[in-house]
Design a protein around this ligand. Structure first.
Ligand SMILES: Nc1ncnc2c1ncn2[C@@H]1O[C@H](COP(=O)(O)OP(=O)(O)OP(=O)(O)O)[C@@H](O)[C@H]1O
Length: 342
């Protein structure tokens, strides 16, 4: 069994201390923070990306840019199109129209595994860890396969053994970081929902991404782990990674996001720094409808919003189906039900 105490501090694969950029500072947008505004250094640029389901426009994004080396939150009410947009960008779904680039490379039509190999890796709202594999095996699967690696493995098995040992070392470091070291030999199916979320995030890091996209990383994570999860995400930025996350937890958004993009009814309706965006009328309208007087930028306002939405029969806030605005609930140790890929 692995002893997390003996594992050295994690180094995100391929990003040793020598290659770590200093904290990036300075303006994020070129000019004013308006919906679809240009960024000083974008890692993703999307144009005219649309996805309809029958008459429903799930995603209808004219233009959006995701800043590099920053933590960006993608927020919006349920059904706003956030997950569908994630699916489109990462090749898990196909848009009706539109184009987008990642790190300067056009990605429309590129399949999901190639997108991941290019350095754009995502996690899912409902985790996709493989229950019948151990935690360590799941991690090793996340290691990006180099072009031609399968051939090398067949022809030069001793070289593969070296690579496998490397993957195991990286996996153990990441498992220690996510406090899953003691679970490395357990089947992933035995993990709680929250632990599976952590495993999925750790596995995504095995691919050495330039951009990690997290779909509701906090939902279902035990409160004891939430602070360390926030710290992990901040650490990713300090290693030079760009982070884009979908989240309903405004506490998390306010505390770690450098930039917030707000979607409603498939469109980008606002963007900017967290404290500004949360007082934006379009955002308040999108979230609150009639409750315009609530200030999302303050803890009291967010608490009030949570109360209001908890009483709303159509809101999932405060239920097991959604992240919460201020607090994170305990996840029962039961397997997740199947469902749509989101
Ligand atoms: N496979 C699908 N078939 C039909 N409609 C879909 C499908 N996937 C998503 N939708 C619809 O598209 C819209 C956007 O859904 P999406 O899951 O992207 O929203 P979201 O902002 O991620 O919501 P949430 O915060 O609840 O996860 C919703 O109205 C949803 O019902």
């Amino acid at each position: 069994m692995n002893d997390p105490q003996q594992i050295p501090p994690v180094q995100v694969p391929g990003q040793g201390p020598g290659s770590v950029p200093a904290t990036v500072e300075g303006p994020i947008s070129v000019g004013a923070a308006t919906p679809g505004c240009k960024k000083v250094d974008p890692i993703v640029v999307a144009d005219g990306v649309r996805r309809t389901y029958g008459a429903l426009k799930a995603v209808d994004v004219d233009h959006v840019e995701i800043p590099r080396h920053r933590i960006t939150a993608l927020i919006g009410p349920n059904g706003a199109g956030k997950t569908t947009f994630f699916n489109l960008l990462t090749g898990f779904d196909t848009p009706d129209s539109g184009s987008w680039t990642f790190d300067g490379h056009a990605l429309a039509g590129v399949r999901s595994h190639r997108v991941a190999r290019m350095g754009m890796v995502r996690t899912f709202q409902l985790t996709k860890v493989m229950g019948k594999l151990t935690v360590l095996e799941n991690m090793r699967l996340g290691g990006a396969e180099q072009p031609g690696e399968a051939l090398w493995r067949a022809m030069f098995p001793w070289l593969w053994r070296t690579r496998e040992a490397e993957l195991t070392r990286t996996a153990d470091s990441l498992l220690a970081m996510f406090k899953l070291g003691e679970k490395r030999e357990d089947y992933a199916a035995s993990l709680s929902g929250g632990q599976r979320k952590l495993l999925e995030m750790a596995r995504a890091l095995m691919a050495d991404p330039k951009l990690i996209m997290l779909d509701e990383p906090m939902a279902g994570v035990n409160p004891a782990l939430t602070q360390s999860l926030l710290d992990h995400i901040k650490n990713l930025k300090s290693t030079g990674m760009s982070v884009l996350f979908v989240e309903h937890d405004m506490h998390m958004v306010r505390h770690i996001a450098d930039w917030v993009i707000v979607m409603a009814e498939g469109r980008v309706v606002a963007e900017g720094p967290p404290h500004e965006v949360m007082q934006d009328q379009a955002v308040i309208d999108a979230y609150l409808g009639a409750h315009h007087d609530v200030d999302l930028g303050s803890p009291e306002g967010a608490a009030r919003l949570e109360d209001v939405l908890s009483e709303d029969a159509e809101s999932v806030v405060g239920t097991a189906d959604a992240g919460e605005l201020l607090t994170v609930h305990e996840e029962p140790d039961t397997p997740e039900p199947g469902g749509r890929e989101s």
